[in-house]
Write a protein that binds this ligand. Structure first.
Ligand code: NA7
Length: 545
């Protein structure tokens, strides 16, 4: 019997990724432990409990596909599920699949270090434990390390302040309060729209305006549910082989090839259908042609001008960047919110914040007196949560050190010198440009299949080779450089975090092409990975073809 500190696999994080990885590896006969810092399962949906938190992927597609029990027994209430419903789903999944007995909650992983002599990882936790596992899987999330507010004077503020991604578990009553929201990304937009009717005064502090598409959200009727679920396996297959992990049929025409009337009709149809791809899914050339993108931008700005009654406010809310190159938001009545008498848009480009005072926020020239400040200022995306753990590979090399100039990986799954360490939706995979649940499932299965393969072939160690990962990153970079993405100052590029290397590490060709790459690697005998058995040396197998 193995000691309680020894496992085959330690998985870090109990969100969608960690829960599924535990279930799959347990089914395959491995001894698995999940470590989770929160007091409950749920990952991003545990922490982001701000008012109005809601998914921007349709509920039908933002659920696990591997369990018929979950599919049969869970029913989403709305087209786009609200945060509490998704959190309840993950709780339900953890209970229904009996996962909780192998999850240690309230446990922060401090470090994890590879010991070559044992082919084993030592994982240390904040409560002083040291655990061991042959394999470690990082299911820590792409948007879980929060960007901390660093505005001078915050410590002196006499009211309450919150970060959307660290929202307290107990309800926060904002009724009748004077509130300032800083940040107008997805979290800010959802918060602003939701709290505006309840607060007495709402200041929206905007630095960069963002495109936001109408959700066209609705309650899922019994009939819609039956219709969708009767064709659900095929719908899921479409998601898996699509670009964004959603079932939307791919565009077939370039915007530059059609008449302006046709273009507008296509955009209008997208606007009425709603959702994140309302405009970006309309034409094939949206992310590669300045001209095509400009047409969609103008359509979006026109919509803002139509909705917002004050032309000056409409202008300040109108984004100028290439649509889609910063994360497009999805809303229910966001722009309409600025027609309310109790809401004021504060343009931080013309009125920058000087400091926070005991009463509120001092701008250049005036003070906003508020009871509550809400920071919706985002995340240290993709690598931030990994950076919070001291990860040490071969020869004492730290991951942070290896990735000092930007992350390098093979398929976003592994990085050389860190044997048997896997990343779920790591840098170099479709990650944040895809439906995360679809991408997570694919990674979970790839990792589990790889471990089964190692076991059945007499290997105990898998590691990306330096040449294969260099080639992969070159491919990832070439793909993105052929698009408009690098033209925007975005968190995709790490530009929101001072000092962070500005590298675009998302695979932009989409879920289907990526899945195909992963399958080809396996079919070629784990091409680009070195398979060994360090404790029973025999010929290693490295397939660089
Ligand atoms: P985002 O998309 O990173 O948005 C953060 C917002 O906060 C954005 O408008 C920023 O303006 C603003 N920001 C950040 N720092 C500051 C400071 N110091 N002062 C003023 N404004 C600031 O984060 P979200 O949480 O909204 O969304 C992240 C993802 O989560 C989202 O895409 C979904 O996938 C779920 P900036 O653009 O930098 O000028």
């Amino acid at each position: 019997m193995a000691a309680d500190t020894d496992f085959d696999v330690i998985v870090i994080g109990a969100g969608f990724a960690g829960l599924h990885q535990l279930h799959r590896l347990r089914r395959d006969g491995w001894r698995v432990l999940v470590l989770e810092k929160a007091p409950a399962v749920g990952g991003t949906w545990y922490w982001n409990r701000y008012p109005g938190a809601r998914c921007d992927i349709e509920s039908f597609d933002y659920q696990f596909s591997f369990s018929s029990e979950l599919l049969d027994e869970w029913k989403w209430s709305e087209r786009y599920a609200a945060g509490p419903e998704i959190l309840a789903y993950l709780e339900f999944a953890a209970e229904r699949l009996d996962l909780k007995r192998d999850i240690h909650l309230n446990t922060i992983v401090v470090s994890t270090a590879y010991d070559e002599s044992q082919n084993s990882w030592a994982v240390t936790t904040d409560d002083g434990r040291m655990l061991h596992a042959t394999f470690v899987v990082m299911g820590v999330g792409n948007l879980s390390a929060i960007k901390q507010p660093d505005i001078p004077g915050l410590g002196d503020f006499g009211g309450q302040w919150f970060h959307t991604a660290a929202w307290p578990p107990d309800p926060v009553d904002l009724t009748g309060k004077r509130v300032a929201v800083i940040g107008t990304g997805s979290s800010g937009i959802q918060t602003i729209t939701t709290i505006a009717p309840a607060v007495s005064r709402l200041y929206v502090l905007q630095r960069t305006p963002n495109y936001s598409m109408p959700a066209q959200n609705h309650v899922v009727s019994e009939q819609e549910w039956l219709e969708v679920m009767s064709g659900w396996p095929e719908r899921r297959r479409l998601c898996e082989w699509s670009d964004a992990g959603t079932p939307l049929p791919p565009a077939t025409r370039a915007a530059v090839d059609v008449s302006s009337a046709d273009r507008d009709a296509e955009y209008e149809a997208g606007w009425q259908r709603g959702g994140i791809s309302a405009l970006s899914g309309a034409f094939t050339d949206m992310f590669v042609s300045e001209e095509s993108n400009a047409y969609a931008q103008e359509f979006a700005r026109r919509k803002i001008r139509e909705i917002v009654t004050d032309p000056e406010v409409a202008d300040r809310l109108s984004p100028r960047h290439h649509i889609g190159t910063r994360r497009t938001c999805v809303d229910t009545g966001y722009f309409e919110t600025f027609n309310r008498a109790n809401v004021e848009l504060v343009d931080l480009l013309s009125e920058p914040i000087s400091r926070i005072t005991p009463q509120g926020i001092e701008l250049a020239g005036r003070e906003l007196v508020v009871d509550v400040i809400i920071f919706a200022i985002g995340f240290d995306a993709i690598t931030g949560a990994l950076d919070q753990i001291r990860i040490t590979g071969r020869g004492g090399l730290e991951l942070k050190q290896k990735w000092a100039e930007g992350p390098v990986s093979l398929l976003g799954l592994q990085t050389a010198d860190f044997p048997n360490l896997f990343f779920i939706t790591g840098p170099g995979s479709p990650s944040v440009l895809s439906n995360m649940v679809v991408s997570i499932e694919q990674h979970v299965d790839w990792i589990a299949d790889a471990l089964s393969y190692l076991r059945s072939s007499g290997f105990a160690c898998i590691e990306a080779t330096p040449s294969a990962e260099a080639a992969w990153m070159e491919h990832v970079t070439a793909l993105v450089n052929a698009t408009l993405y690098p033209r925007a100052d975005s968190w995709y590029l790490g530009m929101n975090i001072p000092g962070k290397p500005q590298v675009f590490t998302v695979y932009v060709a989409g879920c289907g092409p990526y899945r195909s790459e992963c399958e080809q690697v396996v079919a070629a005998g784990y091409r680009g990975f070195s398979l060994t058995n360090p404790l029973e040396p025999r010929e290693a197998r490295t397939n660089e073809q």
